[in-house]
Design a binder for this molecule. Structure first.
Ligand code: ADP
Ligand code: MG
Length: 698
């Protein structure tokens, strides 16, 4: 090495650096070339012209045509972000918002969170520099609260509008209004399905811009007879395709994380036995709660000679485009939210998909060449049983949260709100009643101070109320922790099969003295905090450190919001009744009483419910007489998840408009069905659910 090098970096390192820069340049060139092959590229100028000429346009193009990743970049390049204005691009799914933002940052050669960022609930990955902002539709809805004219945005793209998520539907009504008094705002409604006329009609005949997709022929195969077990059938089909079909990746649609993990395990086991003659099968799961690091894996091509199988939820139907899929396996089910305004219960149920969904799914196989779709249902059932379209979420959801947001936006007259498809009036009424009971609305239906504070918190109104009420009970610090833990996911504990008993004991310790699940969550967090947020502590106590880290992030976000709504941070220093009362203030509607027959019955709605086996109270003897629960989970029976014992007099004290002393202990109405014994209910189909069934449930 010559003396000239002295004082600079050693030569080989400079070389490495140069190599790295070269590699980056090559990757950039490749990415730029790829961008030019997307169907939307050819229409770039035409599209920009249409946008320049019209304030609102509807963009339609098949999944993978480049709508989500390219159009915001085109607009950015064309100067729509000049003067510090931002481009918002909303997504119904958080994974899509994160994943697409990461891709676009890569394409633009910038760090994620700088020029390109994303914002999802409890996670804001943007900065002052951010010009292109991917976000969940729910987050843009929240931004309306602080900025009703969306003045920081020059363009709003409501993407994946065909999904008709509840937040997207509300956004459509709101942005339509904003566009009227902000002529400088550009509005794009983007949809993957062809029935764009409905959007065009809604936006006063806005022009529809069609991006012709390249679509290859897809061969559709049906099963001859209905499948008894679609998971078994799916596994068999995937394996058969792998062994018999020419190269090309497989996409299998499943309904949720648990199912995906089961199938992943079976496939791993079964492919191990295939021997070396058969190509490797690379298994890639994708679902909403998959850790970010693993999400990118589905986009990586399989190594040469191997085949990739992607196990996905509905997310791969239109939100994410995975290249190289030649085969789609579609059992024809998805998990959908359904809500009964009568009983006030919302549940996630596995249900048959619509024809439109089935067609979207099939289309995923014909993007890069002719494809094949294997439907695990009969042609007859496709033609005769399936609905044409999925019912919009707004028509099958609990509307309390939406109504609260709208009220906070000053929209008082909900009936005349410009809904694309109005929610059922029964549901609206129920939401108003619930919000009134929570003290968020007064008897004239106007937002109260409590309601205004609740609306600022990105939580379900019941949980928001619990936090607001914690101020009065002097336990805002504790309630903040409980709310963060509840929001961080259900997978707090894990239970390795070979150490099940030790794990159970470890878990039960947090519930000492029948403290209840809310206080147990609080105990877990407090101990973890005292350990210095130690990962080893998590291992020692069978606690999932990923959930804990998320809870900590959520807590930080909530702390800031608490400051904004001026709730004093106070600790009750171990007086757990204060915490229980705060929980009751939010969840008093979710009260159940243990009857003389030993079964829990919900108050007012008279449903027979059980303590979830994962609850610390499931093994307390004698079981408490009065409990509140966080939610009901429906499997073979209805289970109360996250349960805490309360005193009945608290109900009268905390929610006097809802409960009076004399109606707490009313005898069971005659018409209520006789309770069915646990054994009888279980004997019907599935084996008795064990604790194992409830771990890692989404
Ligand atoms: P559309 O919104 O019209 O469905 P997208 O803009 O999402 O289309 O996708 C266009 C292309 O970008 C896809 O075909 C895929 O190749 C690529 N792409 C999108 N997201 C990612 C990602 N996260 N990682 C790698 N490639 C991606
Ligand atoms: Mg898209």
């Amino acid at each position: 090495k010559s003396a000239a090098m002295a004082g600079t970096e050693p030569e080989d390192e400079t070389d490495e650096l140069a190599e790295e820069i070269d590699a980056k340049a090559v990757l950039q060139r490749e990415l730029q070339d790829q961008r030019k092959t997307l169907p939307v590229y050819k229409y770039k100028d035409e599209l920009l012209k249409a946008i320049a000429e019209h304030q609102i346009i509807v963009v339609v193009g098949e999944t993978g045509s480049g709508k989500t990743t390219q159009i915001p970049q085109y607009l950015h390049e064309a100067g729509y972000t000049a003067g510090g204005k931002k481009i918002a691009c909303t997504q119904p799914r958080r994974v899509a918002a994160m994943s697409v933002a990461a891709r676009v940052a890569q394409e633009m050669g910038v760090k994620l969170g700088h020029e390109v960022g994303y914002s999802i609930r409890f996670e804001d990955c943007t900065s002052e520099k951010t010009a292109v902002k991917y976000m969940t539709d729910g987050m843009l809805l929240r931004e309306f609260l602080g900025e009703p004219d969306l003045s920081s945005y020059g363009v709003v793209i409501v993407d994946e509008a065909h999904e008709r998520s509840i937040s997207t539907d509300i956004l459509l009504g709101l942005v339509k209004d904003v566009a009227r008094f902000r002529p400088d705002l550009k509005l794009l409604i983007s949809s993957a399905t062809l029935n764009a006329d409905k959007f065009s009609d809604f936006f006063d005949m806005a022009p529809v811009f069609k991006i012709p997709g390249r679509r290859y022929k897809v061969d559709i195969h049906y099963t001859v007879a209905p499948e008894a077990d679609y998971v078994d059938a799916a596994v068999a089909t995937v394996l058969q395709l792998h062994v018999t079909q020419p190269p090309g990746d497989i996409l299998l649609f499943l309904t949720g994380q648990e199912e995906i993990e089961t199938v992943e395990e079976i496939l791993r086991r079964r492919t191990r036995g295939l021997g070396t003659k058969i190509a490797e099968l690379v298994i890639c799961p994708i679902y909403a709660n998959l850790p970010t690091e693993l999400q990118a894996k589905i986009f990586e091509p399989a190594p040469p000679g191997a085949r990739k199988v992607v196990l996905a939820t509905n997310i791969a139907e239109t939100s994410l485009t995975i290249d190289g899929i030649s085969y789609v396996v579609d059992p024809g089910f998805s998990k959908v939210k359904s809500y009964s305004p009568r009983t006030g219960t919302e549940s996630l149920l596995v249900q048959p998909i619509s024809k439109a969904s089935a067609d979207q799914r099939a289309g995923r196989s014909g993007r890069t060449g002719p494809g094949k779709c294997f439907r695990l249902f009969t042609e007859h059932s496709y033609k005769e049983d399936m609905e044409d379209e999925t019912v919009p979420e707004i028509q099958r959801s609990n509307l309390a949260s939406v109504v609260l947001s709208l009220k906070a936006l000053g929209i008082n007259d909900l009936v005349s709100f410009d809904f694309m498809d109005p929610p059922p009036s029964e549901g609206l009424l129920r939401a108003l009643e619930d919000l009134f009971a929570l003290g968020a609305l007064n008897s004239r239906g106007e937002l109260t101070k409590t309601g205004r504070r609740m609306a600022e918190l990105p939580l379900d109104p019941m949980l928001a109320k619990a936090i607001v009420a914690s101020e009065r009970h002097g336990c805002s610090e504790e309630m903040l922790t409980v709310a963060s833990m509840l929001s961080a996911g259900n997978a707090v504990f894990y239970r390795p099969k070979d150490k099940a008993l030790i794990a159970d004991a470890a878990r039960q310790r947090f519930n000492a003295g029948g403290a209840g699940d809310h206080v147990a969550l609080l105990n877990v967090y407090t101990e973890w905090e005292q350990s210095g947020y130690s990962a080893q502590w998590c291992v020692d106590h069978f606690v999932q450190s990923r959930t804990m880290r998320r809870a900590r992030d959520v807590r930080e976000q909530l702390e800031k919001l608490l400051e904004r709504v001026e709730i004093e941070r106070r600790s009750c220093a171990g007086d757990f009744d204060a915490v229980r009362k705060a929980v009751t203030a939010g969840f008093f509607r979710n009260t159940a009483q243990r009857r003389r027959d030993g079964f829990y019955r919900t108050l007012k709605t008279w449903r027979t419910v059980f303590v979830h086996p994962s609850s610390g109270l499931a093994r307390v003897d004698p079981p408490p007489r009065w409990v509140v629960y966080h939610e009901l989970v429906e499997t073979t029976m209805e289970y109360m998840r996250q349960v805490t014992e309360i005193k009945p007099e608290w109900l009268v004290e905390i929610a006097p408009h809802y409960y009076q002393e004399n109606n707490l202990d009313t005898p069971e109405p005659k018409k209520a069905k006789a309770p069915h014994g646990q054994g009888a209910a279980v004997a019907t189909e599935k084996p008795s659910p064990s604790l194992n069934d409830f771990f890692n449930v989404q």
